[in-house]
Design a protein around this ligand. Structure first.
Ligand code: MN
Length: 202
């Protein structure tokens, strides 16, 4: 056992079908995410690390140089996927409600404009990476993309929701058709969960 552990999915592997297939979800959770957790634990076993991987990434610059690459990749992978599972759900899709809806309208003009911006950022991320809705230190929302498993937390930004555009997230069902996956992915977003995340970090 290490410091960090794989969180249970809050729904079944088949819960996001037809948008994300059960086999992809199972491999993604039990193989890819588990691997990030295991490699992170191996890398930090001799360090006194915070229990919350998000705190580990917030303090990235103060870590010893010899663990930075592992924390960036494996710690980022653990944090990114932990959030990803939470902001999706079987009754997802539609438009946001609550305070996150007001904040998105205020920052982007409309939900549609936000949706287009995040879709484009994720579609145009070259190679593996993520598209993000982040909150900056001044309380402003914006869309960003990041390569690999780089977490916005390392840059002082708080991720509110993210979409994984590594091929392992969609290849079985969508092959090379990332835009089609992204269009389907919007139907999995649990806006109540996103709103809770927003309220807990803003
Ligand atoms: Mn992934």
């Amino acid at each position: 056992m290490g410091t960090y552990s794989l969180p249970d999915l809050p729904y079944d592997y088949s819960a996001l079908e037809p948008h994300i297939d059960a086999r992809t979800m199972e491999i993604h959770h039990t193989k890819h995410h588990q691997s990030y957790v295991d490699k992170l634990n191996a890398a930090v076993e001799n360090l006194d690390t915070p229990d919350d991987v998000e705190d580990l990434l917030r303090n990235f610059s103060s870590l010893p140089d010899e663990v930075k690459t592992a924390v960036r990749n494996q710690g980022g992978g653990h944090a990114n996927h932990s959030l990803f599972w939470k902001i999706m759900g079987p009754n997802g899709g539609g438009e946001p409600t609550g305070e996150i809806a007001d904040a998105i309208n205020s920052a982007f003009g409309s939900f549609k404009e936000f949706q287009d911006e995040l879709t484009n950022a994720a579609a145009n991320q070259f190679g593996s990476g993520w598209g993000w809705l982040v909150l900056d230190g001044s309380g402003n929302l914006r869309v960003e993309a990041r390569p690999n498993q780089d977490s916005p937390l390392m840059d002082g930004l708080t991720p509110i929701l993210g979409v994984d555009v590594w091929e392992h997230a969609y290849y079985l069902k969508y092959q090379n058709r990332r835009p089609e996956y992204l269009q389907a992915w919007w139907n999995t977003v649990d806006w109540n969960a996103v709103n809770q995340r927003f309220l807990s970090v803003r």
